[in-house]
Design a protein. Structure first.
Length: 503
């Protein structure tokens, strides 16, 4: 904990974001273009390594300075709370005004459109020249969409098909994460509890919706439960398990699949049947029952017999809590969901958002809750549909303008609670779903942070990059009708890398 009167530590990414949002420029004097590129790449690698180290293990989540700030500035909701002086980063209103503009810089009349606010330094013109030809790559399928926003001013520097609803694949996780953090806050933890009847002869394992509950935590809960029971002379109980916190169908519309387990309020290790912690894996058909059986075995190990197979059921009236485990902070879950493109966590985030909104914790409730929460942030939602939280459903629809706007909002100083959306983005060539992209001699290695999206015929990329003037740019590229995933990904990577070269 920070001592009173001392300045809290600042993580390296925040320093960079702060510099970029204040209009700061990273200047390297006396270097020619080749030297500039080499030094920039080197600084990018150092920055990437520093950011990864600063992020630390998943449990670190939101950094303390940001947590304190978020707690102190509750209920921002996109409102302007402090006047922006000459040395202050712009707050929500100027950002919102730009995000609401329907500027399409690829249109023939974009140069004369009344709301096409071209940056004084010619960045918009440079982006038209650089990105226009790249977006014509056949690898990007039919009518790809692109948006680039300067996060400091909120100005849209480039837009092609910015308002066209398209299938986002896993980049929809950005929307899910923003909604969850906004609704629940970065410090929220999901509980799993054990409740005992008044006579202690019956206990129920109650799921709260934490897909990351692991066997070690389950064993600790069993040990705590056994201790509480044996203190009262009880060494045999009836065991039940409660999944009622979630409702609706457990199966995702894509059906049984190695990319996602049945969505349940009670599961262990995301229902995985192997030792992996990310990516496709064989999944349990009934994660809740399997978790209850494992808990029963741990109880037996701790000296309390359970007899018959655990049965579904709710705690009895008058029951009391005898054990509890809480998940890692929501900030940590968001980072893990984005870095690894974790579908199980993403669906849990959507349902937790639904619960916070008083909606049923199912796919439809998640859709309504996420939409309503993003609406409070005044983001462009025309044509948006959040059919799930993970992006596996092809009925998901978002615009490139919305995705880039979400990232710009996560960099908004009025919304530090959303910062895990940025810190959770994979680092090009280093982490998560970008660990095997931007490799080799790519100029984007270490400089780009972005969420990937892939379905058959759909390839997307949305994230942030710092350009050669030190501006933090938020971008979103959506492609549909693609025929070669590898070629489409390469084309998207080229677009993102090109942003970093803009002067």
């Amino acid at each position: 904990m920070d001592e009173p009167g001392k300045r809290p530590s600042v993580n390296p990414l925040d320093k960079l974001i702060g510099l970029a949002r204040r209009g700061g420029t990273i200047r390297l004097k006396g270097l020619n273009d080749r030297q500039f590129t080499a030094v920039s790449a080197g600084l990018g690698l150092v920055l990437a390594a520093g950011v990864v180290l600063a992020a630390g293990p998943w449990d670190s989540g939101q950094r303390k300075a940001e947590t304190d700030w978020a707690a102190a500035r509750s209920g921002t909701g996109g409102a302007h709370h402090e006047p922006a002086g000459p040395d202050t980063a712009p707050s929500a209103p100027p950002v919102l005004a730009a995000l609401s503009a329907a500027v399409d810089n690829s249109a023939p009349d974009a140069r004369t459109a009344p709301d096409a606010r071209t940056a004084p330094d010619g960045a918009a013109a440079a982006l038209r020249t650089a990105l226009g030809p790249l977006l014509k790559d056949p690898a990007l399928g039919t009518r790809p969409a692109a948006v680039v926003i300067d996060t400091a001013s909120g100005e849209r520097l480039y837009g092609q098909g910015a308002g066209a609803p398209m299938t986002p694949a896993s980049t929809v996780k950005i929307a899910t994460a923003v909604a969850a953090l906004s609704a629940l806050g970065p410090d929220h933890r999901i509980p799993t509890t054990v409740r005992a009847s008044a006579d202690l002869r019956g206990i129920v394992l109650v799921g709260g919706g934490d897909p990351t509950l692991d066997k070690a935590a389950l064993r600790r809960m069993a040990t705590d439960t056994a201790r509480a029971l044996k203190e009262r002379g009880v060494d045999e109980v009836r065991l039940g398990y409660d999944t009622s916190r979630y409702s609706g169908p457990a199966r995702h519309p894509i059906g049984p699949n190695e990319n996602i387990a049945p969505v349940s309020a009670l599961m262990t290790d995301e229902g995985r049947l192997d030792s992996t912690d990310s990516g496709p894996a064989p999944r349990s058909d009934d994660p809740a029952r399997d978790t209850a059986r494992t808990f029963a075995r741990f109880l037996d190990d701790a000296g309390v017999a359970t007899g018959a197979d655990p049965k579904p059921g709710r705690p009895a009236t008058g029951s009391r809590k005898v054990a509890e485990h809480r998940s890692a902070p929501l900030s940590s879950l968001v980072e893990r969901a984005l870095t690894n493109s974790d579908n199980d966590i993403a669906e849990a985030l959507a349902r937790q958002t639904a619960l916070a909104a008083g909606e049923p914790a199912d796919f439809d409730g998640g859709r309504r809750a996420v939409t309503a929460r993003l609406r409070t942030l005044h983001l462009p939602l025309t044509g948006a549909n959040f059919a799930d939280g993970s992006g596996l459903n092809r009925k998901d629809k978002v615009t490139a303008g919305l995705l880039a706007g979400l990232l710009a909002r996560a960099a908004d100083p009025d919304h530090p609670e959303l910062r895990p959306v940025l810190t959770g983005l994979p680092v090009a060539g280093f982490s998560g779903t970008l660990s095997d992209r931007f490799t080799g001699k790519s100029a984007g290695t270490g400089l780009i942070r972005a969420k990937t999206g892939t379905l058959t015929g759909v390839n997307t990329l949305a994230g942030t990059v710092v350009d050669r003037k030190g501006r933090l740019l938020a971008f979103a590229f959506l492609a549909s009708g693609t025929t070669s995933p590898s070629e489409a990904q390469s084309a998207l990577d080229t677009l993102a890398t090109t942003l970093g070269t803009i002067r």
